[in-house]
Design a protein around this ligand. Structure first.
Ligand code: NAD
Length: 575
């Protein structure tokens, strides 16, 4: 048993004065301990009374700042940071000092701040983790902890119904194995849970399963902070994951576990192994898929018809591509198509071309994605194996989704070809970061004479073409995963089903206004992400109850609204 650590939450329950009705926090910490507790620290906003009651006199400058002034001060300091990385480091420092202020600033400046605390800047942060490391946040579990993972998790302050984002760091964004540096991802994603869905920060638990790294640069770096060893593999790895999941169930019953940035192989294996035994989902696979389906729903709202009418080409058959393919098929079935017909309308390519029956060396794991030989028997094929050019031409593609990580693979010839047979081609170059996009929105719009509807993975500016403004919606998973989390946790669901993901897509698509759809924007604006999360959460929660995956509950919509934490200072009373 590990000892010397407290599992109690440092954040007390909000209390209400029976006489005045005032909400307040009963706080037992005093002095330096209070100033050093980020969930409770108010910095210069402690009132004169609180300074007296909590032994803070002399520890703060005289002036009492309302939060608005503090927000101005934060904006001022961000302004003087030159690089995005400096801004990221400053913001993480702020989170470690005063979470209320950090989240308030984030919520009031979502559009500008999300790229700083998450993609693309988080990639640099993960890469340089061991050099910029300042203060530990989250839980690191290593092979040294085998046999006592339950104790390691138990040391963490408790919160009811938490969200855990866990990674084993092997495939961080598009930058590969980052060892202990992968912790930047769970921390960043959970910051988005708190900001976008109002999950209180004490309910957010970032976990790094630091099972070693096969990144030679990290292993050779004297400053590397992680478990300096080659990765755990095979049975040892599987046993480690099994022990971790069992420990989560014991220590955090009712928690939501979000798998994040595992390698292609382990992400599918872990998901299928644990999906029905622990409330969990994988954002790279399922969150991305739900996002893309929502985009297609919004697009078909504009151009008419159904998703099942489209001929869809997915370029990239990794976590994102396979998840997208499966969930689009589910959406088509929901529209009334048969599973066989639905799957026949979706063509998937990997780095070796079209995934088709009989392709030499086709890995067994991809066999179920294969288009039949019958479907391609009349195709006119120029390239062997069958490449994207041939697929677009023969399949008369109307939707092109890029999740290959390869910049520029959607060429002018291909896009112009699409525009020949699709009145409004839907083009989604989703690969991140910006420089990896399969095509730029400006090119896609120009090559289709302004007819393409484009959504991207990274943020892109609007495109002006022949006097018309095309707004480029960002297919950012932040519109989906925080709402899914809020929904399942509010109703106490015990599983995340495909139908719940479909409900999330429908809710997200409905959050796009008619005006936005008119200018080609397939996703809401970042500034509206909290309202969007609430919508998604309600849809997911109702679906969970309808499917019997959560107990019946009255007033779900209101509970979801009430559940959303908004960062503001409550008065403190000494206990
Ligand atoms: P992954 O490594 O699991 O998969 C990449 C796939 O692309 C592999 O199957 C590979 O064979 C294939 N590929 C490589 N070169 C190709 C080529 N020239 N043509 C066709 N296929 C090719 O990665 P992933 O998690 O699936 O993510 C892929 C990309 O999608 C990344 O850039 C990621 O940033 C992006 N992504 C975006 C979003 C979003 O916008 N919301 C969400 C998830 C992933």
């Amino acid at each position: 048993m590990l000892s010397g650590m407290s599992g109690e939450s440092p954040y007390p329950e909000v209390a209400t004065d029976p006489d005045t009705g005032e909400h307040y926090l009963p706080v037992s910490l005093r002095g330096v301990a209070l100033l050093k507790t980020p969930t409770l620290n108010k910095g210069t906003a402690f009132s004169r009374r609180e300074r007296e009651d909590f032994d803070l006199v002399g520890m703060l400058p005289d002036h009492v700042s309302p939060i608005e002034e503090q927000l101005d001060r934060v904006a001022n300091q961000i302004h003087y940071k030159v690089s995005d990385m400096d801004k990221n480091i400053y913001l993480n420092g702020l989170m470690d000092r005063n979470e209320t202020l950090f989240y308030r600033f984030l919520i009031e400046n979502l559009e500008a701040m999300v790229p700083l605390i998450y993609t693309p800047t988080v990639a640099t942060s993960c890469r340089h983790w061991s050099r910029i490391f300042r203060r530990a946040r989250g839980v690191y579990v290593t092979p040294r902890d085998r046999g006592r993972i339950v104790d390691v998790l138990d040391c963490r302050p408790k919160a009811s119904r938490p969200v855990i984002v866990v990674t084993d760091n092997e495939r961080i964004l598009g930058i590969g194995d980052q060892g202990a540096g992968g912790m930047g991802i769970p921390i960043g994603k959970l910051a988005l849970y708190a900001a976008a869905a109002g999950i209180h920060p004490t309910r957010c638990i970032p976990i790094s399963l630091d099972v070693g790294t096969n990144n030679p640069e990290l292993l050779a770096d004297p400053l590397y902070v992680g478990y300096r060893s080659e990765r755990l593999r095979g049975e040892e790895y599987d046993d480690f994951i099994a022990e971790f999941v069992a420990a989560v169930r014991t220590v955090f019953p009712g928690a939501l576990l979000q798998w994040e940035d595992f390698s292609n192989r382990t992400s599918f294996e872990n998901l299928s192994r644990y999906r029905s035994s622990v409330l969990s989902f994988n954002d790279d696979i399922q969150g991305t898929a739900a996002m893309v389906v929502a985009g297609l729903m919004a697009a078909t709202r504009q151009i008419g018809g159904k998703i099942a009418d489209q001929r869809i080409v997915i370029v990239g058959a990794g976590s994102a591509g396979i998840g997208i393919r499966d969930q689009i098929a589910t959406a088509m079935v929901d529209e009334g198509a048969s599973r066989v017909d639905a799957e026949a309308r979706i063509m998937t390519l990997d780095s070796r071309g079209l995934i088709v029956e009989g392709r030499p060396g086709l890995p067994s794991g991809k066999a179920r994605l294969a288009l039949s030989q019958e479907a391609v028997k009349n195709w006119q094929i120029d390239d062997h194996p069958i490449g994207l050019r041939d697929v677009i031409r023969n399949a008369r593609a109307s939707v092109l989704v890029g999740v290959s990580g390869v910049p520029g693979v959607f060429t002018e010839e291909m896009i112009r070809r699409m525009a020949l047979h699709a009145e409004r081609p839907i083009i989604m170059p989703l690969s991140n970061p910006t420089s990896h996009a399969e095509v730029t929105p400006a090119s896609a719009i120009e090559w289709t004479d302004g007819r393409a509807i484009v959504a991207t993975g990274s943020p892109f500016p609007n495109v002006q073409y022949e006097g018309r403004v095309h707004r480029i919606g960002q297919a950012n998973n932040v519109f989906i995963f925080p709402g899914i989390g809020l929904g399942v946790l509010t109703v106490g669901a015990h599983q995340v089903s495909d139908k719940m993901l479909l409900a999330a897509s429908k809710a997200l698509a409905s959050a796009v206004t008619a005006e936005q759809v008119d200018v080609g924007q397939l996703y809401p604006s970042m500034a509206d992400v909290r309202a969007t999360s609430a919508k998604v959460a309600k849809a997911v929660a109702h679906q969970a109850v309808a499917e019997g995956l959560a107990p019946p509950m009255d007033g779900i919509d209101q509970r979801i609204e009430e559940e959303m934490w908004f960062p503001e200072y409550l008065p403190y009373r000494a206990v």
